[in-house]
Ligand binder design. Structure first.
Ligand SMILES: NC(=O)c1ccc[n+]([C@@H]2O[C@H](COP(=O)([O-])OP(=O)(O)OC[C@H]3O[C@@H](n4cnc5c(N)ncnc54)[C@H](O)[C@@H]3O)[C@@H](O)[C@H]2O)c1
Ligand SMILES: [Zn+2]
Length: 360
């Protein structure tokens, strides 16, 4: 098992990569956890790993109940959170209780938000089961839910007590879901480290085939990069915004399609294509790099062309929380892989041109 430590002024925590769901009970005990536990999972993950987790927690002496929410981004809502509060009450959770989020980014975000707000905040453990959640969503303490108008509009920063990552559960993910996670992995390579981007260019096949060492390296590198950013800017007052590369247009696309047409990573893939092309149009990025980025996304099984109404996407951008003084703020690449810049004044005409350029 590889362990990274996120060092924060308060609430530092470990990310344990290569842990096993079935060993969680003993691991929690070793870490001195004594709380009553509510496992929150979704209808897919619950069937696959819910019992393994609840049995191992019970075997280790914990009182562990399980709450299952319906799977899918459309259930990342206040309605689901309200139901969860009721489950918390029914199970007599108190301020010392612990929520364990067993699932993808949706379960992680919603469980984290329920934990942040139930009785003004209780602790939670992230047990991410999608690639996307293992490389990104489980780390950093951003929790929340969607409103119909915009994604992640309601939320809170609430760092987990622990991130406990079992890579072997990725084998039951559908191809499309795995690819969705690769979008965040590629994002990490683009904004983080040219060496890691090259590693992805050379090893993508091994990642897709779930070669354990390679997947473990990818999860570790992405978490290491994100941890470094969060340690500098826990609450996104500055540098953490670079993690939104590809997300400005990505989020708008998700909202326009009511979170149904694209998975998060697929929308981010389209957002990465647009942000890279905008960088190129502004003279910040070589066209050849844009091409290699698009090819890597295609090889990962991600969409690089859309068939959406471009005006609707632009309308949605104005709801985006990155809008400042009427201008759309973008994270762009500036001079090559790993070099980012925040640009506050990308015109809607340019965005429209690019969206039309990448229309099917
Ligand atoms: N908090 C953050 O910093 C952050 C960062 C990135 C993304 N996110 C959020 O994460 C969400 C997307 O996460 P996601 O892509 O993991 O989606 P998801 O949670 O909806 O999971 C995708 C699908 O895979 C299923 N699944 C999960 N694990 C499985 C497994 N091991 N085997 C079989 N099926 C499994 C789920 O039931 C679901 O149907 C979005 O809401 C996004 O906003 C949050
Ligand atoms: Zn994302």
């Amino acid at each position: 098992m590889k362990i990274l430590k996120v060092e924060l002024p308060v609430n530092s925590y470990e990310i344990c990569i290569g842990a096993c769901v079935k060993n969680a009970g003993n691991f929690f005990k070793d870490r001195g956890i004594e709380s009553k536990i509510l496992i929150i999972t979704d209808s897919n993950v619950g069937k696959l790993y819910g019992k393994t987790l609840s049995d191992c927690l019970t075997d280790a002496g914990y009182s562990a109940a399980i709450a299952e929410i319906p799977a899918g981004e459309e259930h990342k809502s206040l309605f689901t959170v309200e139901n969860l509060y009721n489950v918390c009450l029914k199970n007599n959770l108190n301020r010392d209780s612990l929520i364990v989020a067993l699932g993808g980014g949706v379960v992680g975000d919603i469980s984290g938000f329920a934990a942040a707000t139930f009785m003004r905040g209780i602790q939670y453990v992230q047990m991410p089961t999608t690639l996307l959640a293992q490389v990104d969503a489980s780390v950093g303490g951003k929790t929340g839910v969607n409103l119909k108008e915009s994604k992640n509009l309601i939320g809170s920063f609430h760092q987990p007590l622990l991130v406990y990552t079992d890579i072997s559960v990725l084998k039951t993910l559908k191809k499309r879901e795995f690819a969705s996670g690769l979008a965040e992995v590629i994002k990490c390579g683009l904004i983080g480290d040219p060496e890691f981007f090259d590693f992805l260019l050379n090893n993508l096949k091994k990642v897709i085939e779930l070669e354990p060492e390679t997947v473990s390296h990818v999860v570790y590198e992405c978490c290491r990069f994100k941890k470094g950013i969060i340690e500098k800017d826990e609450k996104e007052q500055g540098i953490r915004a670079v993690l939104n590369f590809g997300h400005t247009i990505g989020h708008a696309i998700e909202a326009v399609t009511e979170y149904r047409k694209y998975m998060h990573g697929e929308a981010v893939s389209l957002g990465i294509v647009c942000a890279s092309r905008i960088s190129n149009k502004l003279g910040l990025l070589d066209g050849k790099i844009v091409e290699s980025i698009e090819n890597l996304l295609i090889d990962a099984g991600l969409p690089v062309r859309h068939s959406l109404n471009t005006d609707k996407v632009i309308e949605r951008l104005i709801y985006d929380k990155k809008v400042k003084d009427g201008n759309v703020r973008f994270v762009l690449l500036n001079g090559g892989i790993g070099k980012t810049i925040m640009v506050g004044t990308v015109s809607s005409d340019l965005i429209k041109d690019i969206l039309l350029e990448v229309k099917q």
